[in-house]
Design a protein around this ligand. Structure first.
Ligand code: UDP
Length: 243
């Protein structure tokens, strides 16, 4: 039974409950042996859904869509559909790693550059030694892809976290969803880069002030074009409110 609340924003049913409530629900689902998908969606995702029919179907079929980004909270405010707080892929991943360690879950990580995945393996083995971890980096050919799928099948992970960038990671999960045994599958974007230390996350104060996006823009200025999705998204929200 789900206790989470949702608010529809631009056609997407976002979870409007707190981070902790969301996490508790996901853990409950895993413990009950359910198989489900989580998508963490920021304004860029919402804008992409408008252009990409395949991605739109995937997000509509997801079991949980969480608000990943202050832009979604702002949209909620403008539309009178309050969203409690951000539930980001990075924060969910870190919390799930702790719980996986306590519960000795099986974890499969797919994605990021080879050296990043090596760093992530090192960190997880050091900090979460009870996790049963298998992984592969995210730059593979077709043969390797077949063996990755076989590896996941035999590992039967409680958590399958995929970082191939968005929407590639969501499409990858969709492609193999039926053949792969997992409980929770989620695309996690730049999370492995963050865990390995390759990319530094914004300090807490920046996050609390709702300007993590600005920190990211300063650190990775080549992202500016992608980040135009944020003002475009706000304009769309304002326009939809007028209508
Ligand atoms: N990546 C990958 N394989 C690819 C393309 C990307 O493993 O074919 C990885 C990339 O190295 C990075 C992550 O996917 O670790 C995407 O990170 P990004 O911050 O771009 O995520 P997004 O913002 O798109 O969710």
């Amino acid at each position: 039974m789900t206790v989470l609340h949702r608010e529809e924003i631009m056609g997407i049913p976002f979870i409007s409950s707190s981070f902790q409530e969301t996490l508790d629900e996901l853990v409950r689902e895993i413990e009950q042996g359910h198989k489900f998908r989580v998508i963490t969606a920021n304004p860029e995702v919402v804008m992409l859904v408008k252009k990409d029919e395949e991605f739109k179907k995937i997000i509509q079929k997801a079991d949980y869509v969480t608000p990943d980004g202050v832009g979604i909270l702002l949209a909620g405010k403008l539309l009178g559909k309050p969203i409690r707080e951000r539930v980001t892929g990075y924060d969910l991943t870190i919390s799930l790693l702790s719980i996986a360690n306590e519960k000795r879950w099986r974890l499969y990580l797919l994605g990021a550059a080879p050296e990043v995945m090596e760093g992530v393996n090192y960190k997880i083995r050091e900090q979460y030694p009870h996790i049963d971890l298998q992984s592969h980096h995210g730059f593979f050919n077709e043969d390797e892809e077949t063996s990755i799928v076989e590896q996941i099948k035999s590992h039967r992970p409680h958590l399958l976290l995929v970082a191939l960038g968005m929407p590639k990671q969501e499409k990858w999960i969709q492609k193999y969803q039926n053949q792969l045994p997992f409980n929770l599958a989620m695309g996690v974007g730049g999370t492995f880069d963050g865990i390995s230390g390759k990319v530094k996350r914004a300090p807490l104060l920046w996050q609390r002030l709702g300007v993590e996006w600005l920190y990211r823009l300063l650190k990775e200025p080549w992202r500016w074009r992608r980040m135009l999705a944020l003002p475009q998204f706000v304009l769309h929200v304002l326009f939809s409110r007028k209508r």
